[in-house]
Design a protein around this ligand. Structure first.
Ligand code: MLT
Length: 404
């Protein structure tokens, strides 16, 4: 008789955003006359940039001609895209990353869920609390997280690093020593970030303890402050302790098109073994490459037109972020984030629980957000709104929330 991976049974409930989607669908079915505005999942709403669309069209045309048709993409990504990434995202920021340290993929969600495969199940992970649920859930599936403790909303073998208003959403170096540290800055879900000097402390800590940092920089394009690192490799020594995950979803609107990449410097080693070679082996075995047309479109993001057009998209969303911050503050709410990230993290009013506030907002204002407690126990009493709506729907949502 076959056996299942019983670690899956340890996962409480379904994936956070699936739970929310089900609740919203049920509400809409019961209230077909209501117009529900979603500021919940961090999904973009603006169409792809014109330069990207134009390149998609021309790449499709190439696929229609024998001479320019492409089959399987190279395992690790087309060189044209990897060299554009290296030049623009790394060398331009003073980070000496080489082409063979870039692994093109179908997005940061898959990479953040899969990267654990190259590590022993015995490793102890540390995560911020609240946290993007994929980091924890994927480690539960791998059998690395221990057992779920329902009274605490935690897993027994995970080190949680609280990030709350009290510590300015900056995790403290953990008391117990982790082997793998997940960091995401600018942060999802809190929409806050840490200065480069603080990030350097994490790099120094990881080097001292022999830990690896899995650094999710999916929201890098939203950084507006000068003292924030755009890549962890701006920090001294990060090439010996950090893996960086990047995405084209939030900077260029590829949530439905799917493109991302992972950086593993060759200097990052466990004894004599380079993590770069392990991930290359894994990638070659389990992944057949992001489609040519998508990688071609991704290269265009780095062209002068692509850069100008995608910067405009980011600016558009950040106008929403500023409007949400200002509108909620004027309505008496306490808000955080939204300056270097497209998320606003608000305190629920009157000590309401995160899920009660979710229901209150859905039923009273027909606005969907994400309950903070869905991201971890220290998210309780907080609520996340995204800036990825249109200006009109964002303003309408704000007016509805304020009229409650
Ligand atoms: C979110 O809402 O947290 C994001 O959409 C998640 C993701 O990018 O996968």
């Amino acid at each position: 008789m076959f056996k299942i991976n019983e670690n899956y049974l340890k996962l409480p409930g379904s994936y956070l955003f699936s739970t929310i989607a089900k609740k919203v669908a049920a509400y809409k079915a019961e209230n077909p006359d209501k117009t529900v505005i979603s500021l919940g999942i961090g999904d973009v709403t603006l169409p792809l940039a014109p330069a990207v669309i134009s390149r998609l069209h021309s790449a499709v045309d190439e696929m229609a001609v024998k001479e320019t048709f492409r089959g399987y993409a190279p395992d690790l990504g087309y060189e044209f895209l990897r060299s554009a990434i290296v030049k623009n995202d790394y060398l331009a920021r003073g980070a000496q990353i080489a082409i063979d340290e870039i692994f093109v993929s179908d997005g940061a969600k898959s990479d953040s869920g899969n990267i654990g495969e190259i590590f022993s199940v015995d490793n102890r992970i540390a995560v911020c609390d609240p946290v993007y649920p994929v980091y924890v859930d994927s480690n539960v599936m791998a059998g690395r997280a221990g057992d779920y403790l329902p009274d605490q909303g935690k897993f027994s073998n995970v080190i949680y690093m609280p990030c709350t208003a009290e510590n300015n959403f900056m995790p403290a170096l953990p008391e117990e020593t982790p082997d793998i540290i997940y960091l995401c800055f600018p942060n999802n879900p809190t929409g806050t970030t840490i200065p480069k000097a603080e990030l350097q402390k994490w790099v120094d800590y990881a080097l001292e303890k022999g830990a690896v940092i899995i650094y999710d920089a999916a929201y890098e394009a939203y950084i507006s402050e000068d003292d924030v690192a755009h890549t962890i490799y701006e920090c001294e020594g990060a090439d010996r302790c950090a893996i960086e995950l990047r995405s084209f979803s939030k900077n260029a609107g590829f949530t439905g098109t799917r493109l991302g990449f992972t950086v593993i410097p060759k200097a990052l080693k466990c004894g004599d073994v380079s993590l770069n070679s392990l991930w290359a082996r894994r990638h070659g075995t389990k992944f057949n490459g992001a489609p040519y047309i998508i990688q071609a479109a991704g290269e265009t993001v780095y062209s002068p037109e692509g850069q100008a057009q995608t910067k405009e998209m980011v600016a558009y969303y950040m106008e929403n972020a500023a409007a949400i911050r200002a509108g909620l503050e004027a309505g008496g709410y306490t808000v955080f984030g939204g300056i270097n990230a497209p998320y606003i993290w608000m305190k629920t009013p009157d000590g309401m629980s995160s899920w009660d506030f979710f229901d209150y907002l859905l039923k009273g204002a027909n606005v969907v957000g994400t309950p903070g407690s869905g991201f971890g126990p220290h998210g309780e009493g907080y609520f996340r709104l995204t800036a990825f709506g249109s200006h009109e729907s964002t303003q309408e949502a704000l007016a509805r929330i304020r009229s409650l």
